[in-house]
Design a protein around this ligand. Structure first.
Ligand SMILES: Cc1cc2nc3c(=O)[nH]c(=O)nc-3n(C[C@H](O)[C@H](O)[C@H](O)COP(=O)(O)OP(=O)(O)OC[C@H]3O[C@@H](n4cnc5c(N)ncnc54)[C@H](O)[C@@H]3O)c2cc1C
Length: 494
């Protein structure tokens, strides 16, 4: 036994990071344990949007009366939209260097055209939700303007287009880095954080939880007054570990994106529409490229669910071909693809998913002082941290004094370049242990068009002396990074 904590946070994705930061700032002595690396789970497989929440109002697009006829779901949608707008304003203010504005266009076709007043009402409601702090820059284009817009050339049904809307969304450059930033901020105010450390046991000992932590080097136990389960799509497995396999709160929903090069007329422009089945479908700029998706499918949350299948890639190409028949894109044009499994909240009937984003106190369900979070999103992660901290506080008082939530970190080197200084900083100050940790989650090199493969040898050699890698281990790290990149991003091996 080597530690007694107020709270042990399980997971190292964006929700665990936010929970750890807020709990530590509230004075809880906190340990966070992630079995892989920080931000390596679903948080690294997203569409990278700090959404404004317009999608939550889509249920009202055909009939406001019908939307209001179901007051419970209407309130839920309005509250999700409000939180999205507030999360957007908060994050853009606190971390402007981690986001950038992108102009999105929504073509208004005969199927989805809404009257101008309705569009204006929706955007007014949204602007009121954050007090107008971060402008949405709504522009409504007439049918003529839409038909002449360079980004819409080649689109199916252009002649029947009723108009278009354009507005500003924010895109994260690099969500993994946001997870790392948040964990480093929490460490700076006293949180202990362990990556490559799995929670493999949870048992009651007196009025505390004995938490077994397992690394490649062995296992050890710590004690915690409370456990905050932020294991994403694996939260129910943690409940099972604590002896409650019947407690199901989450359900996995897989989403896939592909990366392609689109015509110059779309460079830098986002495009938002729906699939034939009515699901949101985006073309999102990524440097000179675009990623396109998501394509949603069911998933059991197993790691193999995190890979894009050929069927999913073909389905996205099919949707793209339906929208822009002129592009003529096929499998050879897909540079790479990725997939992730969303940790959605289980619907009340226990069957499908629900859009709810919520904390659960499992005390009255036989798991005293275990808290969990479902439906967590990058875009509202700070709200998740606050909600979990409030839930813990209702049961336990912190053992220490409050600390500053966003204390400034010491300046770090330029993490957009692979240099001796940046790699050393990643290893010595930010707990990177593998080449993938370094290239994908501490430095941005892993997101360059070649997915960091061109930097692998250099970065491995720079990291080797700090991590005690022999020449054989250094070569093995490079080989592992290359192999992982090929499988995780569905690269075609020549
Ligand atoms: C295709 C797609 C597109 C998306 N687009 C967006 C978007 O544009 N904007 C947005 O806001 N959200 C988006 N999301 C949703 C968002 O990415 C996720 O909901 C969010 O990242 C979930 O974070 P998390 O911390 O709950 O889960 P994760 O990031 O998966 O973190 C959970 C962590 O728990 C760890 N863990 C599991 N078991 C254990 C254990 N026993 N011990 C220790 N650690 C353990 C895992 O290794 C994992 O790292 C998207 C999701 C997908 C799939």
């Amino acid at each position: 036994m080597s530690g007694i904590y107020d709270t042990v946070v399980i997971g190292g994705g964006i929700i665990a990071a936010a929970a750890g930061q807020h709990l530590t700032a509230a004075g809880y002595r906190t340990l966070l344990a992630e079995r892989d690396d920080y931000g390596a789970g679903t948080s690294s497989k997203t569409s990278r949007l700090q959404h404004c929440g317009l999608g939550y109002l889509s249920a009202a697009s055909s009939s406001i009366a019908a939307f209001l006829a179901h007051p419970r779901s209407a309130i839920e949608c309005l509250s999700l939209m409000r939180r999205a707008m507030q999360g957007r304003a908060e994050f853009v203010r606190l971390a402007p260097e981690r986001v950038k504005p992108v102009t999105f266009i929504v073509p208004l076709t005969p199927e989805n055209a809404i009257p101008r007043w309705k569009a204006r009402l929706a955007f007014r409601l949204m602007a009121a939700s954050d007090g107008g702090q971060v402008p949405l820059n709504l522009r409504i284009l007439s049918a003529e303007e839409a038909r002449a817009h360079p980004a819409l050339q080649g689109m199916a049904g252009l002649r029947d287009m009723r108009g278009a809307m354009s507005f500003t969304e924010y895109q994260y450059h690099w969500p993994e880095r946001i997870v790392v930033d948040t964990i480093m901020k929490a460490r700076a105010i006293g949180m202990e954080a362990l990556n490559h450390t799995a929670v493999t046991g949870l048992a009651r000992q007196g009025d505390r939880w004995r938490v077994t932590l397992t690394t490649a080097g062995g296992a050890r136990d710590v004690l915690a007054r409370a456990v905050v389960n932020c294991a994403g799509v694996w939260t129910d497995e943690i409940a099972a570990l604590a002896g409650a396999p019947h407690l199901r709160r989450s359900i996995g929903e897989k989403g896939t994106n592909i990366v392609v090069r689109l015509p110059q007329s779309l460079r830098g422009i986002g495009f938002e529409t729906v699939t034939e089945a009515g699901a949101p479908f985006y073309l999102i700029p990524w440097g000179e490229l675009h990623y396109v998706g998501p394509w949603d499918s069911a998933s059991d949350g197993r790691p193999e669910g995190f890979r894009a299948t050929e069927a999913e890639i073909a389905a996205i190409l099919g949707q793209l071909g339906r929208l822009f028949p002129g592009f003529g894109l096929n499998r050879e044009d897909v540079l790479y693809a990725w997939a992730g499994v969303r940790p959605r909240s289980l619907a009340r009937d226990g069957k499908g998913s629900s859009p709810a984003v919520c904390e659960h106190d499992l005390t009255d369900e036989g798991l005293p002082n275990i808290f969990t979070f479902t439906g967590g999103l990058l875009m509202t992660h700070r709200d998740a941290g606050r909600r979990l901290t409030r839930a813990v506080r209702r049961r336990l008082s912190p053992s220490g004094p409050p600390r500053p939530l966003d204390a400034p970190l010491p300046p770090s080197p330029d993490m957009d370049r692979v240099t001796e200084t940046s790699v050393t900083h990643a290893v010595l100050n930010e707990q990177a242990r593998t080449l993938t940790d370094i290239l994908r989650r501490r430095l941005s090199a892993g997101w360059e068009p070649d997915l960091g493969r061109g930097h692998a040898e250099t970065a491995a050699k720079l990291a080797a002396p700090h991590l005690g890698w022999t020449p054989e281990e250094t070569a093995a790290q490079v080989a592992a990074f290359m192999a992982e990149t090929t499988t995780e991003f569905s690269l075609r091996v020549p």
